[in-house]
Write a protein that binds this ligand. Sequence first.
Ligand SMILES: Cc1cc2nc3c(=O)[nH]c(=O)nc-3n(C[C@H](O)[C@H](O)[C@H](O)COP(=O)(O)O)c2cc1C
Length: 192
Amino acid sequence: MDVYDAIKGRRTIRRFSGAPVGIRLLTRLVDAARLAPSGGNCQPLEFIAVSKPELVAKLASHVKWAAYIHPAGNPPDGRGPGAFIVTLVNRQIAPDGAPYDVAAAVMTMILAARAEGLGSCWMGNIDRPALAKVLNVPGDGWILDSVLALGIPGESPVTEPLRDSVRYWKDDAGVLHVPKRLLEDILHEETF
Ligand SMILES: Cc1cc2nc3c(=O)[nH]c(=O)nc-3n(C[C@H](O)[C@H](O)[C@H](O)COP(=O)(O)O)c2cc1C
């Protein structure tokens, strides 16, 4: 898949096929994240790849979906993610977190996932202490930054020009509409 097409066609996916995602595929995504840009090349990130269905279900109970349209954005029963990748920051390397590194790594995984036919939802509205407990992440020394939910897409959200509101919404057919700012509203050519 052409990278530009992958970027333009990507939308956050919150309804999946219900099929599991194998650990080998997750490993490929983390291998891509490993090579993402890193400030000072300090590489403070580590990742937990979770594919076992019972563990995936436990993690899914500690994340919150689509706050603007709650509960309409929750995955229906049996249509939740098939896997999660959890991004951790080593506080010995980055004591206050590493948001740019995380963003570069997670976006890399999102696009790699898309190339593998997977949809994803990057999630920051999560119960970090509960997730850390389920995954045995030591309380000190590590920041549990965010999680990436992954699975075969079970919906096809669309973009629309942003007019009055940034809030995404679902139409009567259940299609998610995502407002995006127009190019002419954000691009300054040559000077401000
Ligand atoms: C840092 C970050 C955290 C996010 N956290 C959540 C979340 O907790 N739950 C959720 O359903 N979506 C979450 N999202 C997805 C956004 O809602 C989504 O990216 C936005 O609505 C735009 O849609 P798009 O990704 O399809 O362009 C998050 C996105 C980012 C970048």
